[in-house]
Design a binder for this molecule. Structure first.
Ligand code: NAI
Length: 336
């Protein structure tokens, strides 16, 4: 099948070309994000492959359908960037990669905790400058800390397994209880109660209308003073402006994020010679107790291989009219 690949980088190209030797699709790589303006690039391509910051809205979808596209394959687990209703209205199939390596994101999450908690990133810079002063590098230990894990799906469960090795007390919050998690963590059904008890909060739930700004101005007073917040899921789980107020007042002691509410104009690009016009984001970068990475938690060799393999297999199944378990429909989203 002819596949128009949007938002691609060198690492995407290398992994997809390698894995495609098995599938034999015809791949065209575009660096551009998919938006209504760039959708005409896909004219004549039956399949379109997108990533987390493509703007697959109604307008883009109508243009894709008019150009002959029949399937949208996102090479991510999350699919909040795709207007599913519009896709169904245009009879476009939507497929995703539900799991490519929960370990990749889980290990990165723990890495953020250790890096920021022990000031490793600042120590690295100091030593490069032959500054061996330790003042300001005091950290804390994960051992016996209470960690609240929001979302105990594939990634959250791995985080819980990883953290249990550090001797943390682990609290869990999810709509559903996972028996595997119950052996290692205590579920608490009230998000405010869990927030009150936790030294560290880590987020692993999808972005939905229910999870949007789950940490906001109203929840802020319930947080423990000096709490450590980590978000490797989707930026809009946190109300960034409220978080900045929390950082200014000292309510939030540490913030590590791999995702940001309006990251699509920033992440995955080199902006080092440009002026960042997002003042909220720029403010975040001024805090010494904030660590930001540019949506890289997924980026491991194993994950890239699995993403390419599942995506190309999804498209092959569609081409062969097979039932694809990774299809996303409105019914599935509604739980029907
Ligand atoms: P998953 O679908 O296995 O788990 C999500 C969990 O969240 C489920 O257990 C679900 O019941 C729970 N959940 C959903 N809505 C909820 C609500 N309103 N209240 C409480 N719990 C709720 O997903 P997985 O694979 O663990 O991924 C989690 C998220 O991580 C993805 O949605 C994606 O946004 C993000 N992600 C980030 C990556 C990165 O590179 N930073 C890479 C991969 C995923």
């Amino acid at each position: 099948m002819k596949i128009a690949m949007f938002s691609t980088k060198g690492y995407d190209r290398r992994s997809f070309e390698r894995v495609n030797q098995k599938y034999g699709h015809e791949l065209t790589f575009f660096e551009a994000r998919l938006t209504p303006n760039t959708a005409p690039l896909a004219v004549g391509y039956e399949a379109v492959c997108v990533f987390v910051n493509d703007d697959v809205n109604r307008e883009a979808i109508i243009k894709l359908a008019a150009g002959g596209t029949r399937i949208i394959a996102t090479r991510s687990a999350g699919y909040n960037q795709i207007d599913l209703e519009a896709a169904e209205a245009q009879d476009l199939c939507v497929v995703r990669v539900p799991a490519y390596s929960p370990n990749a994101v889980s290990e990165f999450t723990v890495g953020l905790m250790l890096t920021l908690g022990r000031q490793i990133h600042r120590a690295y810079n100091r030593v490069r400058d032959t500054n061996f002063e330790l003042e300001g590098l005091q950290g804390f230990e994960l051992h016996e800390k209470t960690v609240a894990v929001f979302g105990t799906g594939k990634i959250g469960t791995m985080v819980i397994k990883n953290l249990s090795g550090f001797g943390c007390r682990i609290l869990a919050y999810d709509l559903y209880r996972n028996p595997e998690v119950e052996k290692l963590a205590e579920y608490i059904d009230d998000p405010i109660e869990i927030i009150k008890q936790a030294d560290i909060l880590t987020f692993h739930m999808p972005l939905t209308p229910e999870t949007y700004h789950i940490i906001n101005q109203e929840t802020m007073p319930h947080l423990k003073d000096g709490v450590f917040i980590i978000n490797t899921s989707r930026g809009a789980l946190l109300d960034t402006k409220a978080v900045i107020e929390g950082l200014k007042s000292g309510k939030i002691g540490y913030l590590a994020i791999d995702v940001y509410e309006v990251e699509s104009d920033l992440f995955f690009r080199d902006l080092s010679n440009e002026i960042v016009t997002d003042d909220v984001f720029a403010r975040l970068l001024t805090f010494p107790n904030v660590l930001v990475t540019g949506h890289q938690a997924f980026l491991t060799d194993r994950a890239l291989h699995n993403i390419a393999d599942t995506t190309l297999n999804n498209i092959t199944q569609f081409e062969q009219n097979c039932e694809c378990a990774n299809t996303i429909t409105m019914d599935k989203v509604r739980g029907q």
